[in-house]
Design a protein around this ligand. Structure first.
Ligand SMILES: Nc1ncnc2c1ncn2[C@@H]1O[C@H](COP(=O)(O)OP(=O)(O)OP(=O)(O)O)[C@@H](O)[C@H]1O
Ligand SMILES: [Mg+2]
Length: 345
């Protein structure tokens, strides 16, 4: 049996924020995490997949001792996050706030040296380690410039280097590729896999299902603060085979998507992308062959032009859609400004 290296037990975190509307303000509770039970095994790449506002960062902040949970408990590397926070932090390399976790007036090298010292890495080791990271992450070109001159991708790579400076057994990376271009993101994922091969356990959050599928041994899907599914990507996808999914692409008015959703046997119909008036709709059904004629019926004569309709391979996003009826790119943040808007003042 593999060792459990990170464990949470009914971990919950509530935020109370003020909803401001003109002169009035109202307190509002957000349950960012609800009774989260997770077990992450030593040596695995574990993905936390969820849309904006799902609670990923909140969970990571609790595990890295930056936030105190409202209730519940958690252990990292065998240490209690509440009572052994120093030992928890010493077990972790973290990339959390991306570029905001760096000192912009310092050079890349000075940043790495500073954070290494914070982690009690001896000076000589720090120097060697920075040289290694320079090679590994190709930092040469900008390492001795001040961070404020970096591109956002370069800042993110340096933030990643910072997570590696103390050679911790566990790496926690919160959406590390979010502002990177495609080749840089690919490089980061490759290095994450290398580090994993060398024995590091990795907790990786993302809202990109391809990234989770490509990288992770196991995935937990989080939505509105709750873990709604977890397992290997294959097992999660296999849980849908009896249901089957269909992709519909073309000019598809919203009404048509709603009509499809109302067909008996259709479990979900969700717009997954919309570009230049062309829409892609993902449909999760109980039996796609049986329901295809009914779906076509709803499309024809309803102002829709369909370029293609075909059964598609199940993805992790379909697992999310089947459970929630929403696509992963939908923002689920509960914040004051949405209701508040520009009213009042
Ligand atoms: N300090 C805070 N005060 C009030 N609400 C907060 C606070 N921090 C987070 N929240 C709310 O908690 C919920 C979870 O936020 P969190 O940042 O954990 O989501 P996330 O999954 O990391 O999203 P993203 O993909 O956008 O980074 C959101 O509804 C968010 O608005
Ligand atoms: Mg986040």
């Amino acid at each position: 049996m593999p060792e459990i290296i990170i464990r949470t037990e009914k971990l919950s975190k509530n935020f109370v924020s003020k909803d401001r509307k003109g002169f009035r303000s109202k307190k509002k509770k957000v349950e960012a995490l609800k009774d989260v039970d997770l077990e992450i095994e030593e040596g695995e790449i574990f993905g936390l997949l969820g849309p904006n506002g799902a609670g990923k960062t909140t969970l990571i902040k609790c595990l890295t001792t930056l936030l105190i949970p409202t209730s519940g408990r958690a252990w990292v590397n065998g240490f209690d996050i509440l009572t052994q926070d120093n030992l928890v932090r010493a077990s972790l390399g973290t990339m959390l706030m991306g570029e905001r976790g760096l000192y912009w007036k310092l050079t890349g090298r000075e940043n790495l040296d500073y954070f290494g010292a914070l982690y009690h890495v001896p000076k000589k080791v720090r120097r060697r380690r920075i040289e290694e990271l320079k090679e590994l992450l190709e930092l040469e070109e900008f390492l001795d410039r001040s961070v404020e001159t970096y591109s956002s991708g370069q800042k993110m790579i340096l933030a990643f280097a910072k997570a590696l400076i103390n050679e911790a057994p566990i790496l926690i990376l919160d959406e590390p590729t979010v502002t990177m271009d495609v080749p840089t993101a690919r490089k980061l994922r490759r290095i994450v896999m290398d580090l994993n091969e060398r024995g590091h356990t990795i907790l990786y959050t993302t809202h990109l299902m391809q990234e989770a599928e490509e990288l992770c041994d196991r995935v937990a899907i989080i939505d509105h603060g709750e873990i709604i599914a977890h397992g290997t990507p294959d097992a999660l996808k296999a849980s849908l085979v009896t249901e089957e999914t269909i992709t519909l692409e073309g000019v598809i008015p919203q009404k048509v998507t709603e009509d499809i959703r109302s067909i008996t046997g259709v479990k979900a119909a969700t717009v997954t992308s919309e570009e230049d008036g062309r829409t892609s709709v993902s449909i999760v059904t109980e039996d796609s062959r049986l329901l295809l004629p009914k779906i076509i019926e709803k499309v024809v004569g309803n102002g829709a032009t369909v370029d293609f309709i075909k059964p598609h391979e199940v993805t992790l996003e379909d697992v999310f859609i089947a459970k929630t009826g929403r696509a992963l790119n939908v923002d689920t943040r509960v914040v004051a400004e949405r209701e508040g808007g520009p009213s009042g003042r």
